[in-house]
Design a protein around this ligand. Structure first.
Ligand code: KMH
Ligand code: ZN
Length: 292
């Protein structure tokens, strides 16, 4: 497997040291279509969004899906069809959320991997989530991690708090490296109940990352989006943006399309002399199984 991976990796140029991985999280599970009609909730809207975001410079899409009433769902058939549709319509690395919504049962969240994504999110601990609790008990985390290893799905470790950084160290020390051997994490900052979306918190979290971590990105929820993006760029990190995380471009200016958020951070990256990774480069960078 390693020889095959190396051969595939050598076919595509490795991203340079100034490359910037931009992930778009276009939908999330928290915002309702009624409150935000621009939110991409149908499969057609999601595919169109993904295409536009790829054109704007995104290389990975973090996917939550909705049912016919635009409510969050983890329906396996829908997830499988969504992965297939995104693979057909775009080159993006398709990452399915295993976090779902705060109401999704753990058993259903484990099944997300059966839909065949390139990558899956994997949150490293339970966190207060506004008025709710985002539940990620240790036995769930370890089961999901081992499933991702077996199914050859590259996890992205979601760290909402400094304690999650410590749990990641424990996970890697106990169960070894993820499929592909790379360890990519995303700092999710500014959730009410998690670490704040500040430069100080970002610096502390990055300083504490396990030695096995090969890359990290950051996303700031709501008003912290720009502070976190700028801090991440200045520390050499990568970026996640999207309507899952922020719904305004500035006070009173709603996001109308996810590609506006992607274009904005691509421009910030350009100023910081960072070049957006292509999806093909991102697949090499993350060591995903599928390279097409
Ligand atoms: N919707 C949040 C409760 C993930 O996608 O893995 C969890 C979340 C994290 O969005
Ligand atoms: Zn998510």
């Amino acid at each position: 497997m390693r020889a095959m991976n190396d051969a595939l990796i050598n076919d595509v140029p490795r991203p340079g040291p100034n490359a910037l991985l931009v992930t778009v999280a276009p939908t999330g599970a928290e915002t309702s279509k009624a409150d935000c009609p621009h939110l991409p909730t149908t499969l057609d809207e999601l595919v169109d969004t993904a295409r536009r975001c790829q054109s704007a410079g995104a290389a990975m899409v973090h996917v939550h899906i909705r049912d016919d009433e635009h409510r969050p769902t983890l329906d396996l058939t829908r997830l499988t069809d969504t992965v297939q549709a995104l693979h057909e319509a775009t080159d993006l690395v398709v990452q399915l959320s295993t976090g779902g919504s705060v109401h999704d049962p753990l058993e259903q969240r484990l099944k997300v991997i059966d839909a065949g994504p390139d990558s899956c999110s994997l949150t490293m601990g339970t966190t207060n989530f506004g008025d709710d609790v985002f539940s990620n008990p240790w036995p769930f985390v370890t089961e999901l991690y081992q499933l991702s290893q077996e199914r050859e799905v590259v996890p992205e470790f979601e760290l909402f708090d400094l304690g999650h950084v410590t749990s990641l160290q424990r996970l890697l020390d106990t169960f070894g490296l993820p499929y592909g051997g790379r360890v990519h994490v995303d700092l999710v900052m500014g959730v009410p109940g998690g670490m704040p979306g500040t430069t100080d918190a970002l610096v502390a979290a990055v300083a504490a990352l396990p030695r096995q971590v090969t890359s990290w990105s950051a996303t700031g929820i709501g008003r912290s989006t720009l502070a976190v993006a700028l801090a991440s760029l200045s520390k050499g990190g990568h970026l996640r943006v999207g309507m899952e995380d922020v719904l305004t471009l500035a006070k009173g200016v709603p996001v109308e399309h996810n590609d506006q958020l992607v274009a904005r951070v691509v421009e910030l990256g350009r100023i910081a002399q960072r070049t957006p990774m292509t999806p093909a480069e991102a697949k090499v960078f993350l060591h995903t199984r599928r390279r097409q």
